[in-house]
Design a protein around this ligand. Sequence first.
Ligand code: N01
Length: 503
Amino acid sequence: MSTTAPSRTRTVDHLVVGAGFAGLCAAIKLAEDGEHDLVVVEKGDDVGGTWRDNSYPGAACDVPSQLYSFSFAPNPDWSMSFSPQPEIQAYLQRVARESGVLDRVELRTAFLDAAWDEEAQRWSVTTEGPDGRTRWTSRTLLMGAGSLSEPRLPEIEGIDDFAGEVFHSARWDHSVDLRGKRVAVIGTGASAIQIVPELQEVVDHLDLYQRTAPYVLPRHDRRYSALEKAALRHVPGLQRAYRSAIYWGRETYVPAFTVDARIALPAKKAALANLRKAVADPALRERLTPTFELGCKRVLISNRYYPAVAADNVELVTDPIARVSATGIVTADGTERPVDVLVVATGFTATDLPFAHHTTGRTRRTLAERWAETGMAAYKGTTVPEFPNLFMLVGPNTGLGHSSMVFMIESQVAYVRDAVATLRRDRYASVEPTERATTEFNDDLQRRMRRTVWSTGGCSSWYLDEHGRNTTLWPRTTFTFRRLLSRFDVAAYAVTAEPGSPG
Ligand code: N01
């Protein structure tokens, strides 16, 4: 039950939005620093974020689990080198429970809006939970809502009038029995290529609507043996060394090819060989062959995708979709294919973050209004002028195409911890990055971006905004990111002293 006026008010030092990898990491680490006046609000009914939401058949991580986990909570029990979604979700539940942070998480509580109160030097935040609305007053606001959390639904004529079941990959309707059905999947990104092999095995017929063919590399996945797990658990330093080896392997090769296509050549050959091996029909193979440079879109990994597309009960449809009728999909050539269940695996609104429309800064404009002028940009991907004491986790230009987001999140959290310690130590009420520091940082970033395959590779992707500007990915090495965020650089900030403090 909700009411429009907040039914209660609460005051905290730190309000964290979202209980996925980012929000949990921030809460755990700030609590370790003695910042106990902290609450995490989470709109879902469990922790886990994207790993709670993406429960579609076949959901798994395409980054090795040893790296895709917190450095401070290693897990020797991963079953596979690339973990399936239920294991990652269980891992996050366990970490939240064992760290004690679960007690600070308020579930089924949605962030509605936030406004900076310059006089009080506090954020005023409204949430809606099971008991109605709450107005929070908080010193800092940590936004861990994720950039790949809001489904992007395709704007296709007639889709709202479709009479069958329709759902997005990140909102899988597990009550729908797909056995024996005619199913259509729209999209061929990272989500779709995991879904398609699972559906192919159970449905009567699958139409796969492809707009752009992706590169798909073999997935070198395997099950860990009991001996390996025991060694990882008991041999001192082994798991850390293993994790480092995976990290440096990715770090030294992949960032280099985003600026030099020649370095990507072996990977491109491997992707095309993967296609050749699985698809005998040359006409089908041609339609599955990408027409842009490898790396321009996320490079996908699967051993099962191409064989599934080549199966008898799957049709790859490359004619553009014209409209959806009540009973099927009509393509530009006028063909109508009947559909019982429509799965839209069309990605997320990564360049238009919902919370930005509902977060109002010192100058009384929203973050979205600011970004409409400047493009989605932040200082070090974390803080924004006009928005004092707002810390974004997985903010602009912190995404990766090649390594673990958990590494980036831990780097950002280290920066935020140091910022919070600075606020306390130097008795600042608030800190806000200067326009100059922010502009210099982003000009440099966008200059580097122009040389990367994301800009030159001849594709469109969710990495780019409507002006073709890459506002989502980090164009340098991840250890450079870590180094840049290793210390809170207060010189890049305007500070407001606490009342009565000498500063
Ligand atoms: O979404 P996407 P995703 N008509 O945006 C197509 C992460 N992730 O959910 O390429 C027809 O990549 C669109 O076509 P095109 C990962 O970072 C990680 O698959 O734009 N088609 C594309 O094929 C990933 O990058 C894991 O021409 C339409 C697809 O839909 C990110 O999430 C697993 C269309 C969208 O692909 C997003 O992946 C899964 C339309 N109107 C995801 N609109 C891990 O394993 C869109 N498309 C960690």
